[in-house]
Design a protein around this ligand. Structure first.
Ligand code: ATP
Length: 449
């Protein structure tokens, strides 16, 4: 046991080229993973959490080199790996991204992956014992009896029995198959296991059993685990630390209890609020993550979360109710991108359906405010004047002028990018709001603003 982390990921990027035309010219890139860094200590379980599409699986497959990373380092310090390890060209490295085929084969023994759907990872014509024992054979164990003994023993460790060795995958339930997948991941005695949503496909009733098994095995074998999930409540049960990912970046990383007790990024706060809680005094369930996750081909400038953030910062000249400021920016973005369909709203209001233009502009503007959660009057006079004029232009079909007027509303969150900075021991987050301040105020206070 050393103090050195088992795995150090440094500024890892995976960009998928977007190609167009007969010549397949590259016209852009999906920045699925865009410069993430973290360590995993020996025997530690790190959770990687975020909504679907934020880049978790791409991060995992780039770390284990199922896909070639675009750039960055993945330093692995497993048994037998040190800085003097010699790569094929004679240079010294323990950077997985530089491994040659021989090193990669050894690494793939020491770092194993478990996937969400256990059904698809077994050959239906092979007994589960044979499919696990095969790995031992591939890695040089010639003694058939010994292979069988090791696998039978492992089946016991994952809560199955030695006699299951000769049974076929279809004879097992989803939960049992995930136990078998765990046995297969462990048979080569790895240092690191990457588990990508290992319980998401399972019935809620058996999730807890599998999570508890992961915990037991992690302890028994002294494993380091990268545990990927979109669900923070699952992470809480198994992880020592949590890294929160949004649109290809890590926005907060901290010990699990700190993330739950004192989140420093509004995105983390929103994920926490989605966890159902039986405690009626808990105020978190009211934060609603609005809007679409932007595309990684064109991520927002500045803080990537600002287009959906309930705490998006107001410039000094305004002092609006926070929810109105959020609504105003959302309205601005929708008008600027051209997705506010005034004609459609007009048709919807035309209840007699005669096609005659009987809907007044005042009704239409009222409906647009309602649709975008904007009040009848903003408390700030100058902001209200600008909004009212933009609405006038919009209902008069002068979309460009409306967009121009609304574009005068800007937030510091889109003007520059917050870096990950320290918020306490082992706690980092990237948000201007909490950079130099006390913890995020309670969600209940925010609503009372
Ligand atoms: N081969 C590819 N080409 C282009 N874009 C891709 C490719 N693979 C993934 N992406 C994009 O990269 C982003 C990250 O995808 P990824 O699957 O890693 O996210 P995730 O957080 O694991 O989500 P999920 O839990 O739904 O799998 C998504 O926007 C996805 O559309």
């Amino acid at each position: 046991m050393t103090d050195r982390p088992l795995l150090s990921v440094r500024n890892l990027k995976k960009h998928y080229p977007i190609k167009e035309g007969v010549l397949s010219r590259q016209v852009g890139a999906a920045r699925a993973v865009d410069g993430i860094s973290f360590d995993i200590a020996q025997g530690e379980t790190l959770g990687l959490v975020g909504e679907s599409g934020c880049g978790k699986s791409t991060a995992a497959s780039s770390i284990i080199r199922l896909e070639e990373p675009t750039s960055g380092e993945v330093l692995f310090h497993g048994d037998g790996y040190d800085d003097t390890r010699t790569s094929g060209d004679g240079t010294t490295t323990n950077d997985v991204t530089e491994f040659d085929d021989r090193q990669l084969k050894a690494f793939r023994r020491d770092a194993q992956m478990i996937f969400q759907d256990p059904s698809s990872s077994f050959d239906p014509r092979q007994t589960i014992g044979a499919s696990i024992a095969e790995l031992l054979e591939v890695h040089g164990m010639t003694d058939k009896q010994r292979r069988r003994a090791i696998v039978e023993n492992l089946l016991g460790d994952v809560g199955l029995s030695a006699s299951d060795y000769d049974r076929y995958p279809h004879e097992f339930s989803g939960g049992q198959k995930q136990r078998i997948a765990l046995a297969r991941a462990l048979v080569l005695n790895p240092d690191l296991v990457i588990a990508d949503e290992p319980v998401s496909a399972l019935d809620v009733s058996i999730r807890a059993e599998i999570l508890s098994l992961v915990n037991d095995l992690q302890e028994k074998y002294g494993l380091s685990v990268l545990f990927i999930s979109h669900d923070l409540s699952v992470i809480r049960d198994v992880c020592d630390r949590v890294a929160v990912m949004y649109l290809g970046e890590i926005v907060e990383i901290a010990p699990t209890e700190e993330v739950f007790a004192d989140p420093q990024h509004p995105y983390t706060e929103a994920l926490l609020s989605a966890i159902p809680t039986p405690d009626p005094r808990n105020t978190r369930e009211d934060i609603e993550l609005k809007g679409k996750v932007p595309s990684p081909t064109d991520p927002p400038d500045g803080c990537r979360f600002h287009t959906r953030c309930h705490r998006v910062i107001q410039p000094d000249e305004y002092d609006l109710e926070q929810s109105h400021w959020r609504a105003l920016l959302t309205f601005r973005d929708r008008v600027v991108e051209g997705s506010v369909d005034v004609a459609k709203t007009r048709r919807a209001l035309d209840t007699d359906g005669d096609g005659e233009d009987t809907v007044s502009d005042a009704e239409l503007k009222h409906e647009l405010r309602t649709e975008f959660d904007l009040p009848e009057t903003l408390s700030d006079r100058s902001a209200e004047d600008t909004l009212a004029e933009a609405l006038d232009r919009l209902v008069a079909d002068d979309h460009d002028r409306a967009a121009e007027l609304l574009s005068t509303f800007t937030t510091p969150c889109e003007e520059s990018k917050p870096e990950l900075t320290d918020r306490g021991t082992n706690h980092q987050a990237s948000c201007f709001l909490t950079e130099n301040e006390a913890p995020l105020q309670d969600a209940a206070d925010l609503r009372a603003d």
